[in-house]
Design a binder for this molecule. Sequence first.
Ligand code: GDP
Ligand code: MG
Length: 595
Amino acid sequence: MNKIRNFCIIAHIDHGKSTLADRLLEYTKTVEGKDLQAQVLDNMDLERERGITIKSHAIQMEYMYKGEKYILNLIDTPGHVDFSYEVSRSIAACEGALLIVDAAQGIQAQTISNLYMAIDNDLEIIPILNKIDLPSAMPEEVEDQIIELLGVKKEEIIRASGKTGEGVYDILDAIIERIPAPEGDPEAPLQALIFDSVFNSFRGIIAYFKVVNGSLRKGDLVKFINTGKEYDADEVGVLKLNMSPRDEVQCGDVGYIISGIKTSKEVKVGDTITHVKNPANKAIAGFEEVKPMVFAGVYPIDSEDFEDLRSSLEKLQLNDASLTFQPESSVALGFGFRCGFLGLLHMEIIQERLDREFNMDVITTVPNVSYIVHDKKGNKKEVHNPAGLPDPTLIDYIEEPYIRASVITSTTYIGPIMTLCLGKRGILIKQEYISGDRVEIIYDIPLGEIVIDFYDKLKSISKGYASFDYHMHDYRESKLAKLDILLNGESVDALSTLTHVDNAVTFGRRMCEKLKELIPRQQFDIAIQAAIGAKIIARETIKAVRKDVTAKCYGGDISRKRKLLEKQKEGKKRMKQVGNVEVPQKAFLAVLKLD
Ligand code: GDP
Ligand code: MG
């Protein structure tokens, strides 16, 4: 056990975690030859295409140090703020962390937030100055930032490049020298902490765990403490590039178990596995339950797919503990689910995964945050959908969630960033110089404003030189009004939003204009109206078309005609009939696209 090291890699997005992980796998000969493709651990197609890590990945390596063989368990983590719950879970399975800082970018918002998480979990931190090969690298300056942030000595910082391989052996040595071996008692009753799980269509449900005390053998009868369910450990093993079965997984190890788990509800990330005979008397303190902050309706395009959608969401939830869902119905869209996400990127990823992994075509509606509604009788309730708001005359006041946001940027962009935050109803809390011309600005902002288009705007006004991180802060009373959209006089519940009363009229107008662009012309006029209560505050009309699009082809060119028809069909895929109007998916997300 003193030959085991469990560590994770934390960094701001794009600072080179996955690339450095590749080098570690290569230099320890864990992955060789044909398997050596870039970012090996990002094995979801979606991760590879987008070049981002969504899931944490665990892999075991072996490394010879001073003539002795060590086992290194690496857990790669995502960097985007929406996925920080993945980081927090990985951290719980480790004793150390490689903190990577891009030598050209310096310390960024998620460098700091991930670092705090690692410190809170008492991890040994090895600072690494990465991308040292870049001509734009500023090693001295960024080293100073690291020294200031961590209070370490200059000599403790390892200069490295995931591209050239410089410094990789130094990192491997430092992992062994500086990160403590896992503690824990190999003789004590088994306690293994589940930190992730996944559904595999061939193998069923697989749970990943770290053995904190005791050990687990193939064939053992085990119990999941929180759910109380018992299983035979049909297969246990460690995580190499693929799963690698073992007779025993020992104290301190990271491993997996396949045990005839039937439904996703049985595996709770954060649960503890123990033996049925000689059980541990208590569970390990698990993780904080993540609380989704952004909600949206997810509806099958074809209403017959409702049950399939439910089972797909259940399977996805297994691999993504932060996803929540509850059945709901919409007059416009039929039966679907209200899903909770950690942010917009998360929502987008879930929609993509439903499509790719489960072949589910869905419509997602305008996202909103969760509100606390206080009625005049003194009751309060949490509302996840503007359509579920009680009658306005019964409402005393509404509270909305505020986040505390940290933006790190250079002084050049402070002006425009402050204007942006102010426009989003932000309140400046403080402004602090980090080093040189780098500033950290802290704002309290309603989450509902961030959800819409804050991140893209921030990126564009700062030309990418601003990083952003946030955490939930509190709920505050706000003057919010429900804005309804009517199509040909019929209110479309899936398009309702809550907006601040001061912005309601402008907002309603922009919604109508945008919907006019997004809803295709049909064979009759379509009136688009925005209303608050009974009061119409904006209106647009989509004029009718009465043209056969294939008429242009003069009958001669059959293949062209067919192509046109197919194109039309394709366009229909993500459409929903609302009353007599066909509304495309894009329109349900119009609010995200207002300029
Ligand atoms: P992650 O988001 O932290 O996992 O970062 P990635 O490993 O995906 O790397 C982000 C980008 O930086 C990719 O385009 C990499 O090719 C590039 N990159 C990573 N490490 C280095 C390095 O040491 N030097 C240079 N020049 N580029 C690097
Ligand atoms: Mg990555």
